[in-house]
Design a protein around this ligand. Sequence first.
Ligand SMILES: Cc1cc2nc3c(=O)[nH]c(=O)nc-3n(C[C@H](O)[C@H](O)[C@H](O)COP(=O)(O)OP(=O)(O)OC[C@H]3O[C@@H](n4cnc5c(N)ncnc54)[C@H](O)[C@@H]3O)c2cc1C
Length: 529
Amino acid sequence: MIRCDALVVGGGPGGSTCARRLRLAGWDVVVADRARFPRDKVCAGWITPGVFPLLDLDPAEYRATGLTMQEITAFRTSVIGASPVDTMYDHVASYAIRRCEFDDFLLRRAQVRVLENTAITTFRRAGDRWIVNDTIDTGVVVGAGGHFCPVARHLRGGTDTSDPVVAKEAEFRLDGRASGTAGSTPELFFCRDLEGYGWCVRKGDYLNVGIGRRTSADFNDHVRDFMAFLERTSTLSPASDLKWRGHAYLASGAGARPLVADGMLLVGDAAGLAYAESGEGIGPAIESGRLAADTLIALKGRSRAADLQPYAKALARRHPRARRTPAPLKPVFAAVGRLLLGSRAFTRHIMLNRWFLRASSLLLAASVLAPAAALAQQSAAAPDKSVATRLQRFEDKEEIQNLLLDYGRYLDNRDFAGYSSLFAKDGEWVGGFGSVTGPANIKTFMEKNMGTQPNTAKNYHLLSNFVITVNGDTATAWSRWAFVVPGERGATIAQAGRYDDQLVRENGRWKFKKRVASNDTAGPAARGK
Ligand SMILES: Cc1cc2nc3c(=O)[nH]c(=O)nc-3n(C[C@H](O)[C@H](O)[C@H](O)COP(=O)(O)OP(=O)(O)OC[C@H]3O[C@@H](n4cnc5c(N)ncnc54)[C@H](O)[C@@H]3O)c2cc1C
């Protein structure tokens, strides 16, 4: 029987990061992987700069090993068939690595016992320890086995309730093939329905080509069309004879699977943490591996499910559940999206900087360190003044401000489904019409009182003077509203008042717990604000 403090199932980036950090804190760690390293992983191998600080690794240190590391200073993006947009940076905006090299490097660097060729299949609880495969006796099991992780399967029991992203890629030495893709400039090709995208990422002599989609419907047709497109545009020639490798992963936010149990926790793809917008999963795997280790270290030997909740909560905050677009709206969103992807400003600031490059590495690192640090300081009475806490509060305020504005937008559009979704499950609305509790009741109540006809009068709310105070997972807000009615002689403010709000973070999103709408003007219409 092998005995250890922690067994990490899976030696990918999430597992090796967690293992290394635990080992540095003096833990006796074993990593078990069903593969023999170096092993490859179906992946484009694109990493954001924030990944290196999370690994405590300088890019120069990695480059010095002689392993492939392509610096990326631009992106070429397009909707398939439309003109491309080139976005240039005056610094290295990203890197591309080869997973067969990168993962092996990280695992060796962890300097822990590695059981290769060892597929983990069974878990048995014995007191406060786990007996794994009847051969490993461990205090803690970290599930880092990717999408098909056996620990995740053990925790969730049944099947996933969210649909995974399906993806295929081929990575090969260019030898004899012609490629128009420059190493410094990966190319992204968005499907016309915006349900996925294809890519060409050059890494020195190698090219990685692939496509991923949020739905498996007609997936092989999309792959075939994409290949034909690459050949037709001379992006890659020939392209139709590539040897594809497929894989799946969840990218719908934390909570799709249970994240913790007594002596067990999930990291990376096992927890379903890849970002919905970009599909980036290496960064989240490393970040969560690090956070898992820091949580365990701070707990000083405690590892009951209740002890591990701060880890689950931190992941839920960092990876809120992705909003799904209602099916009838998808064509509308796709049409708007296609237009936006032709805009240089949108492409740079929103699509690339915000969704693909995910703000700054500092923000990423700071938010990782916060929960573990908070855990360690749990007994300390002094308020946490760390950068991470202040950043979190700043982000919370921004999200709450958007919530207050969405309220007005939905109301003015008479979209009471959207309007009611802004309330917590026990959220309450109080105003001139009376009071009502719960999103479903609020929807019916507003439809009855305001009507469901389109707002042909084009009246609207002006919302201002926000005062928002955040306190952990609850907040209060105060703001002013004015109701504007356009007329032949210009617009007039027909009514005005204020909102007093109590807010709560529910499943990672801010919602109204209670909204009290007061009217400072008299009059019969001064009601449903
Ligand atoms: C086509 C494609 C392209 C992608 N491109 C990118 C990209 O460019 N950039 C990016 O950031 N992300 C990308 N991703 C996502 C990224 O690959 C994953 O999010 C990332 O690898 C997750 O890391 P991980 O450590 O959680 O798991 P993995 O890297 O999947 O590692 C899991 C390990 O667990 C082992 N294992 C599995 N089952 C068992 C078992 N029963 N017993 C023991 N060991 C087991 C596996 O052998 C493997 O070594 C892509 C994904 C796909 C499918």
